[in-house]
Design a protein around this ligand. Sequence first.
Ligand SMILES: [Mg+2]
Length: 395
Amino acid sequence: MKIVDVRSYTLKSPLGDQGFYASQESFSERSSCLVRIETDTGLVGWGEGGLWGAPEPVAAMIDHVLTPRIIGHNPLHMDVIWERLYAHIRDWGRQGTAVEAISGVDIACWDIAGQALQQPIHALLGGAYRDRVQSYATGGYYKGGPERWADTGLLKEEVARHLDNGFRALKIKVGLLSVAEDLARVKAARQVLDECAPSGTRFPYMVDANHAYPPHIAITVGRGLEEEGVLWFEEPVIPEDRKGYRQVAETLDVAIAAGECEHTRYCFRDLILDGCIDIAQPDICGTGGISEAVKIATLARTFGVQVIPHVWGSGIALAAALHFIASLPPSPHSANPLPALNEPMLEFDRNPNPLRDTLLRDPIALEDDGTVRIPQGPGLGISVDEDVVAQFGPK
Ligand SMILES: [Mg+2]
């Protein structure tokens, strides 16, 4: 089997008055770079490259740099393709756009491999440890104008909505406001979670700063999070500051999570060996695809670091993450695996995104008990609606 055609697609969906903020950025649109690979047997695989930045550079990398190097190659040889592409971009593209582009190509190759062998990707990864996974709602962004960012009433309404929809775990944002205002938001969301949790239990609750703080402020915030029983503190400091990460991790009791800004096993090696994180969060569409995420997961587990991937993007990104999650063993092993304790969870973004909700003919959805089913069809186990690709593609 040979790759005969590679196409990239830049999809965009403006959010209008549904835009939102995290600590670093306003989000006025949702976007994805998709890649479609076709083989001489007629099989077609889909992938996605990149997180939230402009999709055009990723598409250009696929079109001008990667495509000429994979046409004519067997898509089942994912490792050979990956290593050759990475060797080509190593001198100038070890992080960022180039690796995001490789991620999309890699996912599409896995999709083809699964279809060729009539197996879901998780079967090709060695088998599934679960057929569904507990998901957590990623929400609690800053919405409305600046005058509403500190409005805990607005946040409480949103949290209640996620719980009504079946979620039993939640992550919210901090880092845009003063420490006091953000800790008030953290407390307000915790109150709603506790009111809805069965007596004597607490729902997993996580907080994400998107690297908003210098280390000494991150420690102050982290102590506030510990008072609220927060499970992990995500990206407390900038990814370049390994020493700051280590200082925060050594000082605080709350688990430190990071990885959505990191690319390839080499970045994760440094985060792990430097004692920066308790939980690694590789993003399949950013860190190098399924091939690289599997290597990162093995590396992390070897050093006692948990793996709970970061997930953003379209339904393709969600499906790729689900296959990867299915293949992660409970860590450490337990006769009674429990979400967040030794079981991975699915990050399920709850911000508006039609690329997530409409791209797949059978969209990935939340079950009543807060879990999401792992796709069981060949490859990614999805059917991409090319009418939707055309709808959100360049006009
Ligand atoms: Mg995050």
